[in-house]
Ligand binder design. Structure first.
Ligand SMILES: Cc1cc2nc3c(=O)[nH]c(=O)nc-3n(C[C@H](O)[C@H](O)[C@H](O)COP(=O)(O)OP(=O)(O)OC[C@H]3O[C@@H](n4cnc5c(N)ncnc54)[C@H](O)[C@@H]3O)c2cc1C
Length: 393
């Protein structure tokens, strides 16, 4: 029987990964993206083994691996003393434990690997300038209304429309996301601009009171990705606003000059005010399901938001294959994904407070505990996140 395609709202990493996963199972989809072009912001992203497991499942592991920079360690520095607290090695024992490496990649390359597959697949119909406003369903199909476009009907609707999802508002109605008050500034600079003594092959985190700085190499070491975060108690959500260097540096006087200078080397800084939501226990309504940031937006402190969206996509395609009935497939998808995604959401807030931004005695405890961990202990502690590809809860 000829079945209607699955509708996917949003052509970000989550939406495209869902389209790839469904196509791999022989299921057609229509991706509806509001923007005039499909693309990603010009910044880096960390790819843990679970994301590579997803790429492998989606059949584009080789493309993803080809674009990545393989870093040696996750390095944690005390931003007040400029001393290393710990470095988690990402060498052969790490890869053997998790079955895949840890790497960093440019977002456009990651999105591009998914987009290349979609653009070539006869099972994926990519439509830009389609902003999904709302849905209706009748037990057999779902119809979406798109601004200024004809209505479109499919067998299911996957809402991968991000943090401010329209579909979530219709389904859950829980209003605007929670504004964390943490400001994040991003910059990508040529490697020559990065201080020579900080050109480490690591994802480096300088953790200080109410602030932190992250940097790592990208694009075959041609550029460095810089992320500077400060808990300024900002009340308004902001996404990608250009800001001056002076604004980025404001309030960093309390950290060591070696860490402070990183801000000086950045250019073309852009600002985000980070948002998340409390976990919820239902994100499926009949033939409609949320995916990625639409379902479980989180603070970036585990560097797992895109990875969770890809795990969702893998799990979704697995469930579509396992069940003939769409509603059962979506219900199984939700029950497989709920615990891990909620756990990452909740723990991201906790590590923000106790690992990224503590001061005084709390920072002393962090340094003591983290410095005392062996690599194997780290690997065991991280297995719940870095293990698996999203199919098993
Ligand atoms: C500073 C920072 C650093 C991060 N670092 C990492 C990291 O290292 N590793 C990691 O895994 N994650 C990281 N993340 C998280 C990650 O970026 C997100 O979780 C991920 O991009 C979510 O993907 P998504 O496809 O669900 O949503 P999005 O990327 O937000 O995509 C949503 C898409 O839907 C479109 N859209 C929106 N509304 C509509 C509509 N009504 N109709 C049609 N289309 C619509 C949008 O235009 C967009 O293309 C980080 C986040 C931040 C803020």
């Amino acid at each position: 029987m000829h079945e209607k395609p699955v509708l996917i709202a949003g052509g970000g990493i989550g939406g495209l990964a869902a389209a790839v996963g469904l196509a791999r199972k022989g299921i057609a989809s229509i991706v509806l993206e509001q923007a005039p072009q499909l693309g990603e912001i010009g910044a880096g992203i960390q790819i843990a083994p679970n994301a590579f497991h997803c790429f492998d499942y989606l059949g584009i592991g080789d493309q993803a691996r080809a674009q990545a920079v393989y870093i040696d360690a996750l390095r944690l520095m005390d931003a007040q003393t400029a001393e290393q607290i710990t470095a988690i090695p990402l060498d052969a024992p790490f890869r053997a434990h998790f079955g895949n490496p840890y790497a960093v990649v440019h977002r456009a390359d990651l999105h591009g690997a998914l987009l290349d597959f979609c653009a070539e697949s006869p099972l994926v119909d990519l439509r830009t300038n389609h902003r999904v406003e709302s849905y209706t369903q009748d037990g057999k199909s779902v119809t979406v209304a798109c601004a200024g476009q004809a209505a479109i009907t499919g067998r299911a609707l996957i809402a991968a429309d991000g943090l401010n999802s329209n579909i979530r508002q219709q389904m859950i109605g829980d209003g605007a996301p929670r504004v964390s008050g943490h400001t994040t500034y991003r910059s990508v600079i040529p490697t020559e601009q990065m201080p020579e003594d900080l050109r480490w092959n690591a994802a480096t985190l300088w953790a200080g009171p109410k602030c932190h700085i992250v940097h790592y190499p990208l694009k075959g070491w041609k550029v460095f990705n810089l992320v500077v975060t400060y808990h300024r108690d900002v009340k308004e959500a902001i996404s990608g606003r250009p800001v001056s260097k002076a604004e980025v540096g404001r309030g960093f006087e309390h950290i060591h000059p070696r860490a402070q200078q990183i801000i000086e080397h950045g250019s073309d800084w852009k600002l985000w005010v980070l948002c998340d939501r409390d976990p919820i226990s239902n994100w499926v309504d009949g033939r409609v399901a949320l995916l990625g940031d639409a379902a479980h937006p989180m603070l970036q402190y585990f560097a797992q938001g895109a990875s969770m969206a890809m795990e969702d996509a893998v799990c979704l395609s697995h469930c579509f294959e396992a069940f003939d009935d769409v509603e059962n497939a979506l219900s199984d998808y939700q029950s497989r994904r709920l615990v891990k995604t909620a756990r990452v959401q909740m723990n991201s807030r906790l590590i923000g407070e106790y690992i990224y931004h503590p001061d005084g005695a709390q920072a002393v405890v962090r340094n003591h505990v983290m410095a005392g961990m062996t690599p194997q202990k780290w690997y065991d502690q991280l297995t719940w996140i870095y293990g698996g590809n999203g199919i098993d809860p």
